[in-house]
Design a binder for this molecule. Structure first.
Ligand code: HEM
Length: 270
């Protein structure tokens, strides 16, 4: 563990050093997240001001590490569950590819600017988060006052845990076909994932909502669009879609019990 912390510290030091040495960035024009953190480092030297917050190099390393930890598994696990469901539902995978071929064609790769036109892929991603929310229990909350909701009394200072996994499979919130993978259920629905519609809150809601939601959604959508556009994907060794193991590991992040193995075949003409 200590060896890991030391090597991680080296990586973080390198990231900060590179930003500090990158002269064009230092024209009071922050370029990226680390630049913004470094600009705060230089800004808060007013030790007489009690309200001034202090941010030092260690804090910056902690925040960068926090971002790496919070973003990697969440994004990659979303991609893995999406591919799993698409491999179990080949007609839906074909429909995603048809949309991609219509929007992008077969002679170039998907670009970030194409993403807003991929509306069926949006529905697929929402359906993934309904059935496979990556953080099924969100972050724990503490109630600030006594309250009764639907007849349940919750005293002040209770630890409250929101089970988004159960909400996603609740027939009262969705329909009887709640166990089915049906992206079309979002066709005419105005459901967003920003924390306003409590039926679908894979990034949480309120002040502790995921601060990386915009980045996360773009990264996940771009990776999926590129994979599905560039490749036809199949299960290995003639495995049938119905034979794919969909068991989940219960934990802070919902991973697959068995890693997904996929056989890709290139399909573009470029
Ligand atoms: C697509 C993938 C992602 C998913 C599904 C996801 C999901 C979540 C969820 C459910 C929470 C808890 C929210 C709550 O309890 O209300 C959370 C918190 C957080 N996420 Fe994400 N996230 C993703 C990507 C990212 C990215 C890309 C970043 C940063 C670059 C990030 C940074 C964070 C941080 C720092 C917190 C803790 C916020 C706090 O303590 O107040 N996440 N995320």
């Amino acid at each position: 563990m200590k060896a890991f912390s030391r090597s991680m510290d080296k990586v973080l030091e390198k990231i900060i050093d590179e930003h500090e040495q990158d002269v064009p960035r230092q024209n009071n024009q922050p370029n990226d997240f680390v630049d913004v953190l470094l600009s705060l480092l230089n800004d808060c030297n007013d030790s007489l001001d009690e309200k001034a917050f202090v941010i030092d190099r260690t804090n910056i390393k902690a925040v960068i590490l926090d971002m790496i930890v919070a973003s990697l598994d969440t994004s990659s696990t979303t991609v893995e569950w999406t591919l799993s469901e698409l491999l179990r539902h080949p007609h839906i995978m074909k429909r995603v590819q048809k949309e991609l071929d219509g929007v992008v064609g077969m002679h170039r790769m998907v670009d970030e600017k194409d993403l807003s036109s991929l509306t069926y892929l949006d529905m697929v991603i929402k359906e993934i988060y309904r059935l496979h929310p990556i953080a099924p229990l969100l972050l724990p909350r503490e109630s600030m006052e006594d309250i009764t909701i639907d007849g349940y009394y919750i005293p002040k200072k209770s630890r409250v845990i929101i089970n988004t996994w159960a909400i996603g499979r609740d027939p009262n919130a969705w329909s009887d076909s709640v166990e089915l993978f049906l992206p079309e259920r979002f066709k005419d629905a105005n459901t967003d994932m920003q924390g306003h519609d409590f039926r679908l809150i894979p990034f949480g809601s309120g002040r502790r909502r995921c601060p990386g939601i915009q980045l996360g959604l773009i990264v996940v959508k771009l990776i999926l669009a590129q994979l599905l556009h560039c490749f036809d994907l199949e299960l290995p060794d003639g495995m049938l879609p119905s034979e794919l193991d969909m068991r989940e590991i219960f934990g802070l992040a919902t991973q697959r019990v068995t890693p997904l193995i996929v056989v890709p075949t290139y399909r573009l003409r470029c």
